[in-house]
Design a protein around this ligand. Structure first.
Ligand SMILES: NC(=O)c1ccc[n+]([C@@H]2O[C@H](COP(=O)([O-])OP(=O)(O)OC[C@H]3O[C@@H](n4cnc5c(N)ncnc54)[C@H](OP(=O)(O)O)[C@@H]3O)[C@@H](O)[C@H]2O)c1
Length: 233
């Protein structure tokens, strides 16, 4: 696809991987809106990168509907949805708290579905659209302490296959991106500790992968790609 001039919405675009993707899309000439819950951080990022701020919580159905509606009202159509908003929760099975498990699934699974649903209605009408779901290598392989997070990313991978099966015949491309560990504020928010290293992935590598996948001609698509650090050890 031609990214220049495309209208792109990035959820969780105020920080980390989403911000890097939004920034790369703006640099490539797209018209971009970013969504996130905390208004102050969102507004600051939107002003810094030249994007429109659309505040809201993807797990709240009314917010998801309003976000896509406001986007289309502003730009006239929606070409790209990057379903990136996500949260973590690290706990061994015996300590998993039901409320935190449910809250994580509400964002990573239900939120992604709501945003995709709203965008897909436009994609079908337009007979064109590009949906990029940001999953994780935790959606490919479970690990100790990752019950909630891995469940959510395995679910996102499954939903991606369903949406692809439905939307392909409408000329809509549905792609999945699985980053390995990336240096962002994500782990700290999830109660974990992240060891910084010049060898670990930065959000930029994920943004480069997403733009590369979007750039190939619409007649083809990359269903899924994983991004690993070459030597993070
Ligand atoms: N960092 C990693 O190592 C890594 C690896 C693989 C995959 N991922 C995935 O990559 C995505 C981005 O992660 P990141 O590392 O960039 O995280 P991050 O730095 O914590 O950024 C997360 C972004 O999502 C927003 N967000 C969170 N909950 C939201 C909600 N309910 N509605 C709307 N926005 C919401 C946050 O803003 P607010 O809090 O203000 O809403 C923020 O903009 C996630 O899906 C994550 O699972 C991350």
């Amino acid at each position: 696809m031609e990214i220049s001039g495309a209208k792109a919405l990035v959820t969780g675009g105020s920080e980390g991987i989403g911000r890097a993707i939004a920034e790369a899309l703006v640099a490539a000439g797209a018209e971009v809106a970013i969504n996130a819950r905390r208004r102050d951080v969102l507004d600051e990022t939107a002003a810094a990168i030249g994007a429109l701020a659309l505040p809201g919580d993807v797990s709240v159905e009314a917010d998801a509907i309003a976000c896509v509606r406001a986007f289309v009202a502003r730009f006239g159509r929606i070409d790209i949805l990057v379903n990136n908003a996500g949260v973590g929760y690290h706990a061994p099975l015996v300590d998993v708290e039901r409320a935190r498990f449910d809250a994580l699934l509400a964002v990573n699974v239900t939120g992604a579905m709501l945003m995709a649903r709203e965008a897909a209605r436009h994609f079908i009408r337009q007979r064109s659209g590009h949906l990029v779901n940001i999953s994780s290598t935790s959606g490919l392989k479970g690990d100790a302490g990752a019950t909630a997070y891995a469940a959510s990313k395995f679910a996102l991978r499954g939903m991606t296959e369903c949406w692809r099966a439905e939307l392909r015949r409408h000329d809509v491309r549905v792609m999945l991106v699985n980053p390995s560990e990336v240096l962002t504020g994500f782990s700290a928010k999830a109660g974990g500790r992240q060891q910084a290293s010049a060898k670990k992935l930065r959000p930029k590598e994920i943004a480069d992968a997403v733009l590369g996948a979007l750039r190939i001609d619409d007649r083809g698509f990359i269903p899924e790609l994983s991004v690993f650090a070459t030597n993070p050890f």
